[in-house]
Each structure stands twice: as C-alpha cells, then as structure tokens.
Design a protein around this ligand. Structure first.
Ligand code: HEC
Ligand code: HEC
Length: 427
C-alpha cells in the first residue's frame, strides 16, 4: 500500500509537471521580455550607402559571384550558403585551403558591434574585405576586383548608380591586373605590383575595394530573423494572449525558465539578438590538441586598431561618434587571450557545428558542455568567471535544447537566396 501510494505520487508529480503551464517568476518575466522583439537594424553611418536598395542589389550580386576570387571558384556563398542558414555545415571552413575557425552565420549580422570570432573588424563593410584577399579564402586581390568592376558592363553600370562613375584604370603600368599589400611577403608579385603604384593610385583602388565591401554590407543587412515561435510567445506574455503563449511547447518553456534562471545563459546571450556583443573565454576544448591556442580577441584588438579600413580610417564615411569610441579607446589586455565573441542564438538549431572551432556537433553537445564544463581548458587568468558548471539533469538539458529550437525563423524573400538577374535595379 505504502509503495503504491509513493508510486502514484511520483507519477502524479511527473504528469502534473508535463501538463501544467510553466510558471515564471516576475523577475524571469522581466528578463524574458528583454529578449524580444528584435528592433530595426541599427544605422551604420560609416557606410553612406547602408540603406540604399541599389547598393544592396549590387552587393547581392557580388556576394554570389565566383569571379571575386583568385581561381574563379570561390564566392562568399561558398562558406555562407543560403540553404545552410548562411554557413557551410563544416567544423572549420575551407576554400583554397583550410581555416582554423568555424564559418559564422550571417543571420542578424548587421546588429553586431564587432565582426569575426575575435572582433578584428569593427564595421560590416570592412569585414567583407578580409576574406576577399585572404589566401585561404577568395585569394584574389583588390586590383583584380577593381578591374572586374570596370571591365564588366553590368557591374560598371551598377557601381556608377551607387557610388558614381568608376575611374579609368586602363593604364596597365599604373594599374596592374593584380596587386595588394602583403605584409611579410614583399617579394610576392602582388606585393611588387602594389608597391610599384603611386600613393594616389593605390588610394583610388582602395576606395573601389571599400565600396565593394559597402555594397555587400547593404545586402547582408537584409538577412534578418525576428519572427520565431519564441517571439510569438513573448507577444503572448506581453498581451496576456493565451493562444500565443502556446507558440512554444511546455518543454521549450521550461528551457526558457532555465535560460533566464539556473542556466545563467542570459548573462552573456542577452537582449533580442541573444548576445551581449562582447567577448568571453568559455574554455572551449579542441584547439589544444593541435598544439596552438587560438589567441582570439587578444590578437583581434591589435588587428582592428591597425586596419587601414577600420571605422576611423580614411575609407570610413563617419569617423566620429561610436566608430571613434569603439576603436580609439580599445586596449589590448592579456585577459582577452582566448576570448571569442558571444554568437547570436537565433536560428542556432540550423547552424551546427558550434563554437569558434566547431568543437560541438549538436546543440545537445553544447548544453552538455555548459552543464558540467567537462573537458574545459584549464582555468587561467583570462578565463570567464561567470561560467560555472550548472549541473543540469538529462531532462533539463533536453528542455534547453527545445528552447533553443524555438528561436528558429529562417524565412526570407526567395529572391535573396540567389544571385540577382542583374546587379543593378531595373527601372
Ligand atoms: C572559406 C570560407 C569563407 C568564405 C569564402 C567567406 N567566409 Fe565569411 N566567415 C568564414 C569564417 C571561417 C568566419 C569566421 C572567421 C574568424 O573568426 O576568423 C567568417 C566570418 C564572417 C562574418 C562575421 C560574422 C560575425 O558575426 O562576426 C561575416 C559578416 C562574413 N564572414 C561574411 C562574408 C562575406 C561577405 C564573404 C565574401 C566576401 C565571406 N564571408 C567569405 C568563412 C568564409
Ligand atoms: C560567460 C558568457 C556565456 C554564458 C554564461 C553562456 N554562453 Fe553560450 N557562448 C558564449 C560564447 C563566448 C560563445 C562562443 C565561445 C567560443 O566559440 O569559444 C558561446 C557559444 C554558444 C553556442 C554556440 C553558438 C554557435 O553559433 O556556435 C550556444 C548554442 C550557446 N553558447 C548557448 C548557451 C546556453 C544555452 C547557455 C546557458 C546554459 C550559454 N550559452 C551560456 C558565451 C556564454
């Protein structure tokens, strides 16, 4: 009898928990409301064409164009495939050769403050210039791309409509077909071509190169995810609408309670894009095995300050205000060794594998790591102190995964998923 009573009690508790709606504390509700809705994309005064439809159209054409590469085979979409939620599904990226980091999704990228895992770029437009010249990625040169703009009649027209007429690059003595600065490789043909040019001609080519980045950025601003089941749920919470409150399952609701509670996730994945836009050292395992520790933000700070295309440089359209504050007061600090940017969690269910080095194959693996911090790199002075084992039960781990899955909304106008017919707006 006693045993039966006990058993039925246990059963009752489990069933009641599964069926009952999840209760949130007022403090949890306040935190939840901070995560939705996603506001409009913030302006980017460093890019004067950020809002231009014509620039976005040109940028979309450039994004998908494999001619923007040294071997004619690589485009941005090689690693940021629209069908793979703007990433490549690989542990670490590879194109001409292998990279040591995971390709980042482009969902909601225009909300970011810093770009790349290590934040070595401070504007979206200057980010695009990195892969275009990286010898492992597009492996082309700014002179090659400037010539493509001039030589292709469609690009020539599109460029003129956004930025004004292209200059005359026809003198092969003044403007070789290929060339770019190559620090540390002064004998490389690209470097020799580049240094043979006058400063004024280099400036001309740099201006076209920066504009290529600005057009691509105008396109990337359209990759927005803001209407997930979670957002409907928050609307329900705000309006007291019980139908909308059913937009996410009880399991996802329990996961949400963990996210803003015991799981401590909201400490870093905060605000409507689920990121504090800052850097942390989560002691992610993996890189150690290869004998090299990725310095992360430590090197990123140095690179963004030295970048000729940063927000306070000659090619930025507004060097004061936030652009100035971001870079001018940036200090390189040994604590930032091994720190990486907090990524958005919107559409995370579609962007496996995870972390800067693609260490975890599934969301369940990520949650298991946060739960026990098993295999975490040793604690050291830069390691994130906010990160402590949260000791989740197996059921809680599943609930958190269910919650992360409720952040999915990958609907986008189908015409954004492929190259446009023409790089200019047809009138
Ligand atoms: C070889 C694969 C590859 C190619 C080609 C590539 N990317 Fe990436 N992308 C990556 C990887 C890997 C990262 C992260 C690299 C890092 O942090 O060092 C990244 C990061 C980014 C980011 C930063 C996102 C964020 O939240 O900070 C943006 C934006 C981006 N890429 C856009 C582009 C554009 C635009 C192009 C084309 C001009 C491009 N990528 C070409 C692999 C690639
Ligand atoms: C101390 C800040 C911090 C806390 C707390 C935190 N995260 Fe993260 N999260 C990060 C950072 C930083 C990364 C990237 C780490 C890296 O790649 O080295 C990350 C990566 C992730 C990723 C991988 C996303 C991707 O695109 O690769 C997921 C999923 C994630 N976190 C979910 C969670 C959940 C769920 C919790 C709560 C259990 C949590 N995080 C707690 C900072 C944090």
């Amino acid at each position: 009898m006693y045993f039966l009573a006990l058993l039925s009690n246990v059963l009752f508790a489990v069933i009641a928990f599964d069926d009952d709606k999840v209760e949130f504390t007022p403090q949890q509700i306040a935190l939840i409301l901070e995560h939705s809705p996603l506001p409009e994309v913030p302006p980017d005064p460093t890019n004067r064409v950020y809002e231009s439809e014509a620039a976005a159209r040109l940028g979309q054409a450039l994004f998908f164009d494999r001619r923007l590469s040294g071997n004619g085979e690589i485009s941005c979409a090689t690693c940021h495939e629209p069908q793979k939620s703007w990433t490549d599904g690989k542990k670490m990226a590879s194109a001409v050769s292998n990279l040591s980091r995971n390709s980042m999704t482009l969902w909601n990228v225009a909300y970011n403050r810093w770009f790349f895992w290590d934040g070595r770029k401070d504007t979206l437009w200057s980010q695009a210039l990195g892969p275009l010249e990286d010898s492992r990625e597009h492996a082309g040169s700014r002179l090659q791309y400037a010539h493509l703009m001039v030589d292709d009649p469609d690009y020539r027209r599109a460029y003129a409509e956004v930025f004004g007429e292209l200059p005359d690059l026809s003198s092969s003595v003044r403007f070789p077909r290929n060339g770019r600065p190559m620090p540390g490789q002064a004998d490389h043909p690209h470097a020799l071509n580049w240094t043979s040019m006058t400063f004024a001609d280099r400036d001309t080519v740099n201006g076209i190169f920066a504009n290529i980045g600005k057009a691509i950025a105008a396109f990337e601003r359209k990759l927005i995810s803001r209407s997930s089941p979670f957002d409907a749920f928050v609307e329900g919470l705000r309006e007291g609408d019980s139908r909308k409150l059913q937009a996410i399952s009880p399991a996802a609701q329990r996961g949400l309670a963990l996210f803003v509670g015991k799981g401590r996730c909201f400490l870093c994945h905060t605000g409507p894009n689920f990121t504090d836009r800052e850097f942390h050292n989560d002691r992610i395992p993996g890189t150690e095995g290869e004998g090299i520790l990725d310095p992360g933000r430590f090197r990123g700070v140095e690179q963004v300050r030295a970048d000729e295309f940063n927000g306070i440089g000659r090619y930025s359209d507004q060097t004061s205000g936030d652009a100035h504050a971001k870079v001018a007061f940036l200090i390189r600090n040994s604590h930032s060794l091994g720190e990486f940017k907090t990524p958005t969690l919107r559409n995370a269910a579609l962007t496996a594998p995870y972390m800067h080095n693609g260490e975890f194959a599934t969301l369940a693996d990520v949650i298991r790591f946060y739960s026990k911090l098993e295999g975490a790199l040793p604690m050291h002075k830069g390691a994130e102190r906010l990160l402590i084992p949260i000791h989740l039960t197996a059921k809680e781990e599943q609930d958190l995964v269910s919650f992360l899955e409720s952040l999915t909304d990958d609907r986008l106008a189908p015409e954004l998923l492929k190259p446009p017919v023409k790089p200019y707006l047809e009138k």
